[in-house]
Write a protein that binds this ligand. Structure first.
Ligand SMILES: [Zn+2]
Length: 231
């Protein structure tokens, strides 16, 4: 503390400015300031856990994204999107993908991995911790194999990767958006090394009917079938 006091005495204007800045930020939007300030993170998390625990909607468990024990909360009845790890905010789908990869591939961090259209906590983990991780996205207006915003564009139905490029290909809730899934599966098989694996999820809710949301016209155009959309 005396050390801090010496620093303040040496440059008082700098610290007065910092205090003023915090004061104005809190005054402008206290909720936003507290929610975005890392200092308050443990407190906010603790309050959230307590709130859901009191409702009987919290439990302890292991999160394969955080790779440690944590608390999970149920934010809404649709668990697929609302059963969250309170540390990394992951949903069950990404935790399951990571669990399968970690248990089936003990040398996972040394493998070459291609993921199409990644997002969320599993993407952050792969991007930050795995050297041989290649994320790609598909933009119709970008040439496959070229880059946009630092990310490679690839069409799963016709990829520019050479044969046998990857040990693992991941698609999370992607294949149901592909117009010709058999072509995409064939391309994924082509780009996998011998013994490689395609680990993927597709949403499947048994009581709900399947709708055709888009179709390809005779001219090769893609059109939406709005009458069949959920609303
Ligand atoms: Zn987590």
């Amino acid at each position: 503390m005396p050390c801090l006091m010496r620093r303040i005495y040496a440059q008082p204007s700098k610290y007065i400015y910092a205090v003023k800045r915090i004061y104005w930020a809190i005054r402008e939007d206290p909720v936003e300031y507290i929610s975005k300030n890392k200092l308050f993170e443990p407190m906010i998390r603790g309050i959230e856990i307590l709130k859901y625990a009191l409702m009987g909607k919290a439990n302890f468990g292991y999160c394969p994204i955080c790779e440690k024990n944590t608390t999970f909360i149920v934010k809404a009845p649709w668990l697929r999107d609302n059963y969250l790890c309170t540390k990394c905010r992951s949903i069950p789908r990404v935790r399951h993908i990571m669990h399968v990869l970690q248990t089936q591939f003990p040398n996972l961090q040394k493998l070459s991995i291609h993921e199409s259209s990644p997002s969320g906590p599993s993407f952050a983990k792969f991007r930050d911790e795995y050297k041989e991780y290649v994320p790609t996205y598909f933009w119709p207006d970008v040439a496959p194999g070229s880059f946009k915003n630092g990310y490679r564009c690839e069409n799963l139905e016709d990829m520019t990767f050479p044969d046998a490029s990857f040990d693992i290909v991941i698609t999370q809730d992607v294949m149901e958006h592909v117009m010709h899934p058999t072509k995409a599966f064939s391309e994924i098989a082509r780009t996998l090394k011998p013994g490689g694996a395609h680990v993927f999820t597709v949403p499947c809710c048994a009581p709900m009917p399947t709708f055709v949301r888009v179709r390809e016209t005779d001219e090769g155009e893609i059109e939406g079938t709005s009458k069949n959309r959920y609303s």
